[in-house]
Ligand binder design. Structure first.
Ligand code: COA
Length: 137
């Protein structure tokens, strides 16, 4: 799966950019993810891409883009966001290992530490466990 495929296949997305005089310097992209569990299908989002231009990194842009996305998704009653990424970076934004919540990635090759989840609505997610699947990929 590539970011391009995700963007083509997912319609209900949240795409945020950071702009400066230099133009576009950062991008966060969230797309639909669902978890099939005993209580039914629960729909949330995946942070599909987070990127900040090298010269603009370590100024809080990546963090602000991600947290702004959380605010928008909370407003939309989205209960969770998953991410596959740096285990040393994402916990600072509130992500926890998916395994701590009984959640797994759909792809076997992804190391457990790199699959993480941010609970936006912990009450709704309390009884939820299973495999998180990106839509239409
Ligand atoms: C990861 C990335 C999006 C972070 O964006 P950013 O705007 O630099 O992040 P923030 O300013 O919010 O946070 C910077 C902090 O995160 C740390 N950090 C950045 N990338 C990290 C990583 N891969 N592992 C651990 N810490 C990391 C920085 O050292 C910095 O720490 P400090 O605050 O203690 O100085 C950016 O570095 C980037 O675009 N990297 C290349 C693409 C990429 O790896 N995307 C993520 C795919 S999983």
């Amino acid at each position: 799966m590539t970011f391009h495929q995700l963007r083509l296949n997912a319609r209900d997305v949240v795409s945020l950019v950071a702009e400066a005089d230099a133009g576009l310097v950062g991008h966060a992209f969230f797309c639909p993810v669902s978890i099939e569990c005993d209580t039914g299908l629960i729909e949330g989002m995946g942070l599909g891409e987070l990127a900040v231009r090298p010269a603009w990194q370590s100024r809080g842009i990546g963090g602000r883009l991600t947290l702004s996305g959380f605010d928008i998704l909370r407003e939309a009653a989205c209960p969770f966001v998953v991410v596959i990424g740096h285990a040393e970076y994402y916990p600072r934004l509130g992500f926890e290992p998916g395994s701590a919540h009984g959640l797994r990635c759909q792809w076997d090759g992804v190391p457990a530490d790199n699959f993480m989840v941010k609970m936006l609505d912990p009450d709704r997610m309390r009884a939820v466990s299973g495999v998180a699947t990106y839509r239409d990929v």
